[in-house]
Design a protein around this ligand. Structure first.
Ligand code: FAD
Length: 450
């Protein structure tokens, strides 16, 4: 058996690594990080596609240019990460119908305004009727009927809620968003962060305080400490555990707790919605879509909501890459995850031929991330009911004995984002350090009495 650690951190995504870094900076040398997969980064993950690096998970640094500085933007700037400004505002003027015609800008603007007004009205109604019951959730979607209404409804509710309700990320840090377009990937930030407290050589982490391929299956906890058991039969002991697994994992049965988590905790975990968000990458022999100012994002209006609706070309990020990205969410994500990539490619080609004509070339390659079927994720990010009190998130975040919870889903203001995970990791490790100090004081007192 390994010697006991002061703190075991479960998960080496942004929150776990941020937590570990703060602990290390505060003199906790004997920490241990257990990561289920074979790499660090979690939902920050790049992959080679075509000749470039694409981001399967987080792609944007969201919330830039405001009164406060986004800490992730600061780190990225310091490291010289290559980014590219994303201007979504024109997307609504590039809405294609199924015959390839672009809706006139007047119609698009009108439909958009109506959808925003109606969503605001609906939200106000819900707020005034809202009673102290977070389960009293109502469907926020309007009753859009036509393909253009459905497309706008999808963009508004699955992407841009900011226009309906203020979102702390944009209020605090600013409304701009930058796409990470760097061959080293978004994950470069995390490698650099790890380098500050783990032993590395030639860009590889060689520190045995980070253990990859360690799938935690059981946490046995008592007043004295926590015993962690992994799928491969290893046992680790610690005074404290910081658990950074996603809300999707917490809702699954991957990790069992002995004794079981209290009811207030499991109920809160169940109340948080999980959002699945899938970016499908398609590579072409040449580009056949319009480029130039205001054309980066375009929309396909279909009678099925969310059916290959939101498109982006990668020419701004990587000129000459000939890559398109289409984003699906929730049920459409799950549907596509469960079918073969060939089927998905065929569907996407029908959609593209609707928009751009029958003589466009077939995609030569496709990449479909599967966040929902990944048992170490089971979601893309958390989504708290818009009308809920803070109790749900406070309960999700609250420690149970010596087990502390962190991750983007525990960030009151920035859940769902990389900076949310980063700030949550820092907060949680500070709470653990405080607990350790209390422990020390307690022991000191007992020794005096003795
Ligand atoms: P994770 O990154 O999930 O880290 C948790 C780690 O725990 C993982 O590495 C996992 O493997 C590990 N783990 C899980 N279970 C176990 C176990 N039993 N034992 C051991 N280890 C375990 N955010 C933005 O700011 N901008 C964006 O543009 C953006 N787009 C996104 C697009 C997609 C497709 C996705 C999936 C996410 C996106 N996000 C975006 C959200 C962002 O990626 C997350 O909020 C953030 O990365 C979460 O970090 P985390 O540390 O909380 O969790």
């Amino acid at each position: 058996p390994s010697p006991p650690s002061s703190v075991i951190i479960i998960g080496a995504g942004v929150s776990g690594l941020s937590a570990a870094k703060v602990l290390a900076e505060n003199g906790i040398g004997d920490l241990l990080i257990l990561e289920a997969s074979d790499r660090i980064g979690g939902r920050i993950r790049k992959e080679k596609f075509g000749d470039v690096s694409v981001e399967l998970g987080a792609g944007w640094i969201a919330g830039v240019g405001g009164k406060e500085s986004n800490p992730v933007w600061e780190i990225a700037a310091k490291l010289g990460l290559r980014t590219c400004f994303s201007d979504y505002s024109n997307a609504r003027y590039n809405i294609y119908d199924r015959s390839g015609k672009i809706f006139p800008s007047g119609i698009a603007a009108d439909s958009y305004k109506k959808a925003v007004d109606s969503a605001i009205q609906k939200l106000k109604g819900l707020e005034s009727n809202y009673v102290e019951d977070a389960t009293n959730r109502t469907d926020f979607t309007l009753t859009p009927k036509t393909p253009i209404e459905l497309a706008i409804d999808f963009i508004l509710h699955d992407f841009e809620m900011a226009e309906v309700e203020p979102i702390s990320t944009y209020v605090d840090f600013g409304e701009r968003e930058f796409l990470v377009a760097d061959e080293r990937g978004y994950e470069y930030l995390l490698y650099k962060m790890a380098e500050e407290f783990l032993f590395t050589s030639e860009g590889k982490i060689l520190d045995n305080r980070l253990k990859l391929n360690k799938v935690v299956r059981e946490l046995q906890h008592s007043r004295n400490g926590v015993t962690v058991r992994t799928e491969d039969g290893c046992v680790f002991e610690a005074d404290y555990v910081i658990l950074s697994a996603s809300i999707g994992v917490l809702q699954s049965d991957l990790i069992s707790f002995r004794p079981p988590l209290p009811r207030w905790k499991t109920e809160a975990i169940e109340k948080c919605d999980v959002m699945v968000y899938t970016k499908i990458f398609l590579k072409f022999p040449y580009k056949f879509w319009p480029c130039g100012p205001g054309k980066e994002f375009f929309i396909y209006a279909h009678e099925r909501r969310g059916y290959y609706t939101f498109w982006q070309h990668m020419e701004n990020a990587y000129p000459g890459s000939n890559i398109l990205v289409v984003t699906l969410t929730n049920d459409e994500s799950k549907r596509v995850e469960s079918q073969s990539d060939e089927e998905t490619l065929k569907e996407a080609m029908v959609v593209l031929r609707d928009m751009f004509g029958s003589d466009i070339p077939d995609a030569t390659d496709i990449l479909v991330p599967r966040w929902w079927n990944n048992r170490f994720q089971r979601c893309s990010y958390s989504n708290y009911p818009m009308i809920s009190n803070n109790q749900v998130i406070n309960d999700i975040k609250a420690p149970v004995g010596r087990i502390f919870f962190t991750g983007e889903h525990t960030s009151e203001r920035f859940n769902g984002y990389v900076h949310g995970g980063h700030l949550a990791g820092i907060d949680t490790s500070k709470a653990v350090l405080e607990e350790m100090r209390k422990d020390e004081r307690q022991k000191g007192k007992q020794n005096q009495n003795f």
